[in-house]
Unconditional design. Structure first.
Length: 623
């Protein structure tokens, strides 16, 4: 769970490397470093902490090299120390290469013991240093057998191929050698790498964000592939075969998509981008003539889908909450049984699943390790797999049989906002599509489309409560415990609201079905523990009101998310945040807006790093 960048061309490499690493800060990290080849030697600069610290180190002794790699590390093996920071050097006596690695090597302990027995000295606690030494050992062995022949880069390629064949786990590797100062070598398995193609230059990154503004031509490296980047050429080979062709695609991201603009934080920018993100998710996918949704990438015919008797959603974190919303939607509107599984559990739980079960993986990044592993396991068992994903060309998107792209635009803030609401919209359209294949009438389908088309304006109106939400946040910022409560469609909303507060403010928060309070959690209620009730008008409103009264009777302060025009709630709750009235199946999307803003303002007031919360990473690429 970290970031890789690389550059080779005619520019000073360190300038792109530092800028690229800044753009990857959202992925989460605790140390950083860059390596360049200069005067036939490896120049290595590393630091613990933010990129600003690394930039200061680099400024003291800058490099003019036009080739280099950089890395931000999120600690897995070993603490956040200078010795554990990447890149790592490889070689027994003479260090001949520098290597940066994303992912986890599961058999590193065994390999480390073998290398130690052969005289290798380890400077770090990481699994990555094992890979560096393994490649270096193979290169040095081949160089010793060259009998004076000029060493070619094939020596490095074969050494990399042999090494990665011995690794268990996931990796995205960027490697530079003293012996070949005109090339960057890259390899991947389960951890993404993107190559940017420029004019007389090539870029390397763990996702497309660092490439924006530098090039709009990209190549997605696939699993088991090894690439050689030179200033004027790119060669890609498969680990078990020779050179393979590579597709150059167009990078469809604008510079302003990854800039903060006039906002104080990416998270706030992305909260306010939700009306447009939702429009983009819906664009071209609603057919009024047929009263249904239109998806071009499912790769399943209506006849195939009519045979589906059960749907399993698998996801993690915020995506798991959107999957819960999807469960309510599809069971309610399409009458198909749905089960929501944590991806980390589905992979190992091995539940009995009938042959007519359709599996959906939901992930913002498309690189979440647990979700990807669950998807692969379901594919092995022969189930059709689809994905709901925001990143074109991501691992999940490539491996699923089909799916739905969100088109929500890049999400930089670690705490997901616009991707969550876009996921819920995509699942609402999926429920419409499946419902129209089945029992749903034409008139109900048209009404759903009308409601969806009005949704962006409803969200804009909800965003208009920002100033009031900031005031409420100021009154509750010092509380150390929150409860989030909702029922039916808004139970997942309560879970998501609690998660947002935990992620960015470090306040303990729990989400519950409101009726479950009396079965235990109500013991937590006191005057210092606010309860946030998500209770727009609906058929279960009176039940939730009774649950709210139970909290008030025990002295607990209440913040209510209610539909505009609800005067009754103001007589009971301590604070009320009003949202526009929408039908119940769209309430989770609109109700999430004030919860996002409440978490944001509390976190800012507490001095938290909103976009880069501690211990978290945007793209969770390890188990």
């Amino acid at each position: 769970m970290c970031g890789i960048v690389g550059y080779i061309g005619n520019r000073v490499a360190q300038d792109f490397l530092l800028e690229g690493l800044r753009r990857l800060e959202y992925r989460g990290y605790d140390s950083a470093g860059i390596a360049t080849i200069e005067d036939d030697s490896i120049k290595l600069t590393k630091s613990v902490g933010r990129i600003a610290s690394l930039a200061a180190e680099v400024a003291e002794d800058p490099s003019k090299s036009t080739l280099g790699i950089g890395h931000t590390r999120w600690a897995t093996h070993g603490a956040a120390t200078l010795s554990n920071a990447h890149p790592h050097l490889g070689g027994a006596d003479t260090k001949i290469l520098a290597l940066a690695h994303n992912g986890v090597i599961e058999n590193f302990a065994e390999l480390r013991s073998q290398l130690k027995a052969r005289g290798f000295d380890f400077k770090s606690e990481t699994d990555t240093e094992v890979v560096a030494h393994m490649i270096a050992e193979r290169v040095q062995h081949r160089l010793s057998e060259s009998n004076g022949k000029p060493p070619t880069q094939d020596i490095a390629i074969e050494a990399i191929k042999e090494t990665i064949g011995q690794l268990r786990g996931t990796f995205g590797l960027a490697i530079v050698f003293k012996q070949w100062p005109d090339a960057i070598f890259a390899a991947r398995l389960g951890s993404p790498l993107v190559i940017g193609v420029g004019d007389g230059e090539h870029f390397l990154a763990s996702d497309a964000q660092p490439l924006v503004g530098y090039t709009d031509r990209i190549v997605y490296l696939a699993d088991h592939q090894v690439a050689v980047l030179k200033s004027g050429s790119l060669e890609v080979a498969h680990r078990d075969s020779g050179v393979v062709s590579h597709d150059v695609r167009t990078l469809d991201i604008e510079s302003n998509d990854v800039d903060m603009g006039d906002y104080d934080h990416y998270m706030l920018k992305e909260i306010f981008e939700q009306p447009e993100a939702i429009r983009n998710t819906m664009r071209g996918r609603l057919s009024e003539d047929d009263a249904t949704a239109v998806f071009g990438g499912l790769n399943l015919t209506p006849q195939d889908l009519r045979k589906v008797k059960r749907i399993v959603f698998t996801a993690c974190g915020t995506s798991w909450h959107s999957a819960l919303v999807g469960e309510y939607l599809i069971e309610d509107l399409a009458k198909i049984p749905v089960e929501v599984e944590y991806a980390s559990e589905l992979r190992y739980r091995n539940p009995p699943m009938e042959h007519d079960t359709l599996v959906f993986a939901i992930t913002q990044s498309g690189e979440t390790a647990d979700t990807l592993a669950a998807l692969r396991e379901m594919k092995r068992k022969g189930h059709p797999t689809l994905a709901v994903c925001n990143v074109v060309g991501s691992s999940v998107a490539q491996e699923a049989d089909g799916g739905i792209y969100l088109h929500a635009g890049p999400e930089i803030g670690v705490a997901s906002t616009k991707a969550y609401s876009s996921q819920c919209v995509a699942l609402t359209m999926l429920a419409l599509y499946l419902g129209r294949i089945g029992h749903m009438s034409y008139s109900k389908g048209r009404k759903m489309i009308s409601n969806l088309q009005e949704l962006p304006e409803k969200i804009e109106k909800a965003l208009g409560e920002n100033d009031k939400i900031r005031e409420i946040a100021s009154r509750f910022q010092h509380c150390e415990n929150f409860l989030y409560l909702g029922r039916h469609y808004n139970f997942p909303t309560a879970l998501e609201g609690a998660l947002k507060l935990k992620e960015i403010s470090y306040i303990h928060a729990e989400g519950y079905p409101a009726a479950e309070m009396k079965h235990g959690p109500i013991a937590l209620v006191d005057k210092n523990t606010p309860s946030v009730f998500v209770m727009p008008q609906g058929f279960i409103y009176e039940k939730v009101m009774s649950n709210l009264e139970e909290i008030k009777a025990r002295g607990g302060p209440v913040i209510a998310i209610a539909a505009e025009g609800d005067t009754r709630i103001a007589e009971v709750a301590d604070e009320v945040i009003y949202i526009p009235h929408v039908v119940e199946y769209l309430q989770p999307i609109v109700a999430a807006i004030p919860l996002q803003l409440l978490s944001y303002h509390i976190a800012v007031m507490r001095g938290c790093d909103v976009d880069k919360p501690r211990n978290l990473a945007k793209s969770v690429t390890v188990e």
